[in-house]
Write a protein that binds this ligand. Structure first.
Ligand SMILES: *Cc1c(COP(=O)(O)O)cnc(C)c1O
Length: 404
């Protein structure tokens, strides 16, 4: 189990949850003890072979790991570099999110919690969590804005079939941010029986660390697979960044290898130069505190989050995981952006040239890999294909036709 231990043994964050100046824990006093307890139970769990064995058994026999790496021959021929996809879209429930949801649910169960709760925007995190709860016999409450419930109805149905309770949030704009606020309030009301399973590498310490550690399975698998496939490490890594979990999941195993260029791709939506029309936090944001942690964020003069937009609902978050802010400052990762139009065009291209319909989120990473391939012909590029596009097809066809 050497492989497991390495994944859970990272240099950062420090004991207080800081990656450089980012991260930490900015929460009400009654939650401080609870977060400390979650952290200490987490440390025990990852040093317990039986916990790691159970997690790995689920990854293998339930999720279908390891996910393959696929060499995209037609796209490579067209763009001039060798493009490879890490196929997280093939996981049970269709994306990388199941990797951390199972980890969080197993930890909640180990701690004797009865119920796991979370917010969801597009419903992807909600479905992965409801799945984990069903499997492990936990209750599950998912808070979701009324607007999103209408927009993402198939995912609402899935969560209900899986036995979760979907609780409509009617405050504010009735979308993700309001759902976060409501889930947080409900968590504060009973942090003893409930476990708040955060959906990305965000929130107060220890969540950015825990969710990252669970996702590092992606990169550690990929490192070995890529070496077996090509005899070398990849020259470039590319992943999309919403909160940043699929990206840090791929990047972590490769961070020490300075020969590898790493790219995180944010959504520039309709217009990167207009507030409210993009969600490119690391490109356009400033340092602030929101949802319990310090990071770059898109904020107004009062420090309130700005409205954000992307065609990919999984990417429109006004902050970003604190480790990404740190990796930006130390220049280890290059953060780039791709707009709606480029993402949709990549969505159709990989569909028609490789027979893979990607999530619109993942299409941002794919679109950037095309640009990179033109700049660095003959190099190898490993892209994290974070999820499949089944959830997006109705929306895409309604708004963009069939891409012919
Ligand atoms: C949720 C989601 C994302 C964005 O979340 P990260 O935490 O940035 O990875 C990306 N791709 C897919 C398919 C998603 O469901």
């Amino acid at each position: 189990m050497e492989y497991n231990k390495k994944r859970f043994n990272n240099k950062l964050p420090n004991e207080d949850g800081y990656f450089g100046e980012y991260g930490g824990s900015f929460i009400p006093p009654n939650l401080e003890e609870i977060m400390k307890e979650i952290n200490s139970e987490y440390q025990k769990a990852i040093n317990d072979e039986s916990f790691l064995n159970e997690l790995h058994d689920l990854y293998k026999n339930y999720v279908g790991r390891p996910s393959p790496i696929f060499y995209a021959k037609s796209l490579s021929k067209k763009y001039g570099a060798k493009i490879y996809f890490k196929r997280e879209d093939l996981n049970h429930t269709g994306a990388h999110k199941i990797n951390h949801c199972l980890g969080e649910a197993l930890l909640a169960k180990r701690m004797g919690k009865k119920k796991i709760i979370a917010e969801t925007g597009a419903g992807q995190h909600g479905v992965a969590l409801a799945t984990s709860a069903a499997l492990l016999g936990l209750e599950c409450d998912i808070y979701m804005g009324e607007v999103d419930i209408k927009k993402e109805y198939p995912n609402v149905i899935r969560m209900k079939i899986l036995g979760a309770k979907v609780i409509p949030v009617t405050a504010g704009l009735k979308t993700l941010k309001d759902a976060v606020d409501e889930a947080f309030n409900q968590y504060l009301a009973d942090p003893v029986n409930q476990f708040y399973a955060i959906g990305s590498v965000v929130g107060p310490h220890p969540f950015p660390m825990m969710v990252r550690d669970f996702q590092t399975v992606v990169g550690y698998e990929a490192k070995e697979q890529f070496l077996n496939l090509t005899g070398k490490a990849p020259d470039n890594l590319v992943a999309c960044v919403g909160g940043g979990s699929n990206a840090i999941g791929l990047f972590t195993a490769f961070l020490d290898n300075k020969d590898i260029d790493i790219y995180g791709v944010e959504p520039s939506g309709l217009d990167i130069n207009t507030d409210g029309q993009h969600a490119a936090t690391l490109t356009k944001g400033t340092v602030g505190i929101m949802h319990g942690f310090k990071s770059y964020m898109l904020q107004n003069e009062k420090g309130e989050p700005l409205e954000v937009y992307s065609v990919a609902s999984g990417l429109d978050y006004p902050s970003v995981g604190p480790q990404h802010s740190y990796l930006k400052d130390i220049k280890r990762v290059n953060y780039k952006h791709i707009n709606d139009k480029e993402a949709i065009s990549a969505f159709f291209e990989i569909s028609k040239l490789e027979g893979i319909i990607p999530a619109i989120e993942s299409a941002h990473a794919i679109a950037y890999s095309f640009k990179l391939a033109k700049e660095k012909p003959n190099s190898t590029i490993l892209v994290n294909l974070s999820g499949r596009g089944d959830k997006d097809i109705d929306f895409v066809v309604e708004n963009y036709g069939f891409g012919n």
